[in-house]
Design a protein around this ligand. Structure first.
Ligand SMILES: Cc1ncc(COP(=O)(O)O)c(C=O)c1O
Length: 441
């Protein structure tokens, strides 16, 4: 352990881990899809610093905007009027679909979901909400209660009234369908839950645009339009959590843009500032937000619309536009898909690969026929397992990447180029081969 790491470890806690199991990289700076560690070694960032640094490292326009804002105005009352804040509203209104033209600003994805949840209850007067079983919506108690996955378990009971519906996880359909026979099985299940719980009691349905850390589930094309129809029928607000899937991750501003669906709210964070400052946003339809013109919006925080976060978001949105990063993510996604398909062709330990834009997933299995996951749900594999050896092999090649449970996620910054995609695939290829052979020789 370096002296810097031991100094840090003495006082600062690591998240989501037993402290003695953390194995962090000491990051010094970066450029594009690369970052340097404190020893001057370059790492290929296939995780974008927790799916966050979507515009890439070292984007000088964002850094400069933060610097200018800090020099001009760095501290303001949540209700204060200033140029960068007004401009952020205009930028967000330009990129959000339909009439999602009013915005609530906070500090994280968790807070965005908390506030969307509160607004849904205030607007509908209903108390229950629905979220999917394999989902993540954040770490604060409300957002964690919405979360379907194992991160919720240690802190139960959470909020009352969160109902579960099944995921469009077509490779491993929880309702026993196959993509060919499926039709609308998971949206039928949603209708069933609504009927059994009473539509008049249900305020909102929370869905990730494309499921993120639970496994990169890309829904069938009829899924989002059907869900919109069901919510309209029952007066249930449809909320797309785009904290992970927004800002170019899938090649669009928001994943729902792939299916031309306008949700009632979109929650966002991470890539909205390219990860250069903390910011969460709830985008809400004009027609819904109008209610708060005369009624109190019982939501707020001291760090609301922080000037530095507003400046970072304005600059990040301009960078995505000026550098054509949505288009690049779509084009590079074609190469990523091809690379992933080739890996699947070569390695039977890969059961499925999926990709949309620059959000690729490799799903490992014990056996292709049974589709049994390599590790039980919620576990990552011991250091001496295939997955442990794979982690070590990737680390040895200075590939920064997320492996969670039986999945490996490939989610680089949207400024990646074709040769970097090819390099990423070849380093993953070498690492899988080494892990299969039993580890480094
Ligand atoms: C889909 C989704 N929603 C919400 C969150 C929570 O965001 P934050 O960590 O900024 O609170 C995350 C974080 O990874 C996420 O992936």
């Amino acid at each position: 352990m370096t002296s810097l790491e031991s100094r840090q470890r003495k006082h600062i806690l690591y998240t989501w881990t037993a402290q003695n199991q953390a194995s962090p990289v000491a990051i010094a700076g970066g450029d594009g899809v690369w970052f340097d560690d404190q020893n001057g070694e370059r790492w290929l960032d296939l995780e974008s610093q927790v799916f966050n640094c979507n515009a890439g490292h070292g984007q000088s326009a964002i850094v400069e905007a933060i610097r200018e804002q800090a020099a001009e105005l760095a501290c303001a009352h949540p209700a204060a009027v200033f140029e960068t804040k007004a401009a952020l509203g205009e930028s967000l209104a330009r990129i959000t679909p339909g009439d999602l033209n009013r915005f609530f600003l906070c500090l994280s994805g968790s807070e965005a979901n908390e506030n969307a949840y509160k607004m849904a209850r205030l607007l509908t007067g209903r108390q229950k909400v629905i979220a999917r079983r394999r989902s993540y919506h954040g770490s604060s108690m409300g957002a964690l209660s919405l979360t379907g996955d194992t991160r919720r378990w240690p802190l139960e009971p959470g909020l009352w009234g969160v109902l579960r519906t099944e995921d469009p996880y077509c490779y491993r359909c929880p309702l026993g369908a196959s993509p060919k026979s499926c039709g609308t099985r998971c949206t039928d299940h949603l209708e069933h839950v609504i009927e059994m719980e009473g539509p008049e009691n249900i305020a909102a349905l929370f869905l990730e645009g494309v499921t993120g850390s639970n496994g990169g589930f890309i829904p069938p094309d009829n899924y989002w339009p059907k869900v919109r129809e069901i919510c309209d029928k029952h007066g249930i607000l449809l909320i797309s959590d785009e904290v992970f899937s927004g800002f170019g991750r899938t090649g669009k501003w928001f994943a729902v843009d792939h299916w031309d669906v306008v949700p009632d709210m979109i929650t966002m964070a991470k890539g909205v500032t390219g990860g250069y400052a903390p910011l969460g946003v709830v985008a809400i339809r004009e027609s819904l937000a109008e209610r708060f013109d005369d009624e109190t919006l019982w939501c707020g925080l001291t760090g609301y619309a922080h000037p530095i976060a507003c400046a970072a978001a304005n600059a990040a949105i301009s960078v995505y536009e000026d550098q054509g990063l949505m288009e690049n993510a779509t084009q590079m996604g074609v190469h990523l898909t091809a690379g992933l398909q080739e890996l699947k062709r070569r390695y039977p330990i890969i059961g499925d690969v999926r990709n949309l834009g620059l959000f690729g997933t490799i799903e490992f299995v014990k056996d292709r026929k049974s589709r049994e996951p390599l590790t039980p749900y919620g576990t990552n594999g011991d250091p001496d397992s295939f997955l442990g050896r794979l982690r070590a092999a990737l680390k040895a090649r200075r590939v920064h990447i997320a492996q969670k449970w039986t999945h490996l996620f490939i989610a680089p910054p949207t400024c990646i180029n074709q040769s970097e995609i090819e390099l990423a695939i070849s380093l993953i290829d070498e690492s899988i081969a080494e892990a299969l052979a039993g580890g480094s020789s």
